[in-house]
Design a binder for this molecule. Structure first.
Ligand code: AMP
Ligand code: GLY
Length: 433
């Protein structure tokens, strides 16, 4: 089969790497891909937002399956367009992708499905939002309703911060139209976990869990980032929790989407906080997570292509069950100095040869890495999040060791990574209190 992966980050390298290992895949393409996807397949110069270009490419090259990494092409209707052209797409329709692209829609679906989340209110007028936070006068979370590249969530410890967040979102239009509506939530506490499953619109595969270390500094300090590391299965994870989240949270949402005529087909990502009162949904996303994918793809034992096509065609129960290994995997993200603020790019990366799993049980997934244009074979940094060093092991400690040993072999000017990913002594990633 010919498979096309859409996107260009570490998540897409991990997806491409896993797909390329499937015996079903005869040709793997990535659009636009990165230096990592180029090692396991062929990159095509089509942007992930160029919906016409992607559909034309899929048709011209007789692609059997398109796997969409990021949310933006899905929110732009890539899956619908591919379906109309007769190309199976692993990724939901534009209407189903609203689970991620509109937080107010998502909260409405959760309510209808009877799934617990933080207490919330939706506002379309700044004055009403301001009156509400004044009346509440307690820690709150202010969220832009639409897609804001992961930056639309403001954790507001006090009234002043909440007022500032509302003003920058609704009046200064920091996120454009995405912030015209805001969702204001109660601020919950507890460890966070990302849970993923494959859905065909009606059924849901066994789920897999991974953590996401969002803050830049050791011990969960400093600003939020796109993710500094991940590991799974998390120390607090067990079969009972997995089954509870699958059957009481994720499946009811899939059923609710189906009953609204927007069957959800693709990877379903549920972001939860494990509070003292039980699991609470913070968000649903319409794709796999980054960097969680770098930690879960090495654990996918069953054939990914078969399951993904079954999701696209509504026949998940006809194929072998999706199977995840319990062997721990740890992913440590190496970033450019200064990230998530401003940083330099074009810096040479040393120690990055032999990417695939080696006898030490580690591998590297590229994110902001590109090949030097001079044909020298040098690899240069091209983004804030540069790569992820991934280790596998019989236990978390072993996997962690391998990931960090691999990281120690790689260098570029200003390279930085957290030292406490999957360090079980320092606790789980959580929000600041
Ligand atoms: P979201 O994009 O909605 O998942 O929010 C991003 C991050 O903000 C989450 O992973 C949490 O760390 C934090 N967050 C979001 N909503 C809440 C909430 N209601 N209480 C506490 N933390 C939250
Ligand atoms: N890891 C967070 C996300 O992918 O949205």
């Amino acid at each position: 089969m010919r498979v096309l992966v859409v996107g260009s980050g570490g998540r897409e390298h991990a997806l491409a790497w896993r797909l390329a290992r499937s015996s079903t895949v005869t040709e793997l393409l990535a659009a636009p891909g990165n230096s990592g996807t180029a090692m396991v397949g062929t990159n095509l110069p089509v942007a992930e937002t160029d919906i016409d270009g992607l559909v034309d490419t899929a048709v011209e090259r007789s692609i059997d399956l398109v796997v969409v990494g990021p949310e933006v092409p899905l929110a732009l209707g890539l899956s619908d367009r591919l379906a109309a052209a007769g190309v199976p797409c692993f990724g939901p329709s534009r209407a189903a992708a609203r689970l991620e692209s509109s937080k107010s829609f998502s909260r409405d679906v959760l309510d209808a499905a009877g799934v617990p989340g933080p207490e919330y209110r939706v506002f379309r007028s700044p004055s009403a939002a301001l009156a509400y936070v004044e009346q509440r006068n307690r820690p709150l979370v202010v969220k832009a309703d639409g897609l804001a590249a992961g930056k639309g969530v403001a954790m507001c410890a006090n009234l002043e911060e909440a007022k500032t967040a509302i003003a920058s979102c609704m009046q200064d239009r920091m996120f454009g139209a995405a912030g015209e509506t805001v969702v204001i939530e109660e601020w919950l506490h507890g460890p966070e976990v990302s849970v993923f499953g494959f859905s065909d619109g009606e059924n849901l595969s066994p789920v897999v869990a991974a953590t996401d270390y969002k803050r830049v500094g050791n011990g969960d300090t400093g600003p939020n980032t796109g993710g500094m590391g991940s590991y799974g299965p998390p120390a607090f994870w067990d079969e009972t929790l997995a089954e509870q989240i699958r059957s009481e949270i994720m499946l009811p949402v899939i059923r609710e989407m189906a009953s609204r005529g927007s069957a959800y087909r693709g990877a379903l990502y549920c972001g939860l906080m494990l509070t003292d009162d039980g699991p609470r949904v913070l968000e649903f996303n319409c794709r796999f997570g980054d960097p969680e994918t770098q930690a879960i793809m090495p654990r996918l034992v069953s054939n990914p292509v078969e399951a993904m096509i079954a999701c696209a065609t509504g026949s998940l129960t006809d194929v072998a069950p999706v199977e995840w290994s319990d062997d721990p995997v740890v992913a440590v993200v190496m970033v450019s100095g200064g990230y998530p603020g401003s940083y330099q790019t074009g810096l040479e990366i040393h120690g990055l040869d032999g990417n695939d799993a080696d006898e030490e049980g580690s591998l590297v997934f590229h994110a902001g890495v590109r090949n030097a244009a001079d044909g020298s074979g040098r690899l240069l940094t091209s983004g804030g999040r540069v790569l992820a060093c991934v280790g596998r092991g019989d236990d978390v400690e072993g996997a962690r060791d391998r990931a960090y040993r691999r990281a120690a072999q790689i260098s570029f000017h200003g390279a930085y990574y957290r030292r406490d990913i999957a360090d079980l002594r320092s606790g789980q990633p959580t929000t600041i209190r």
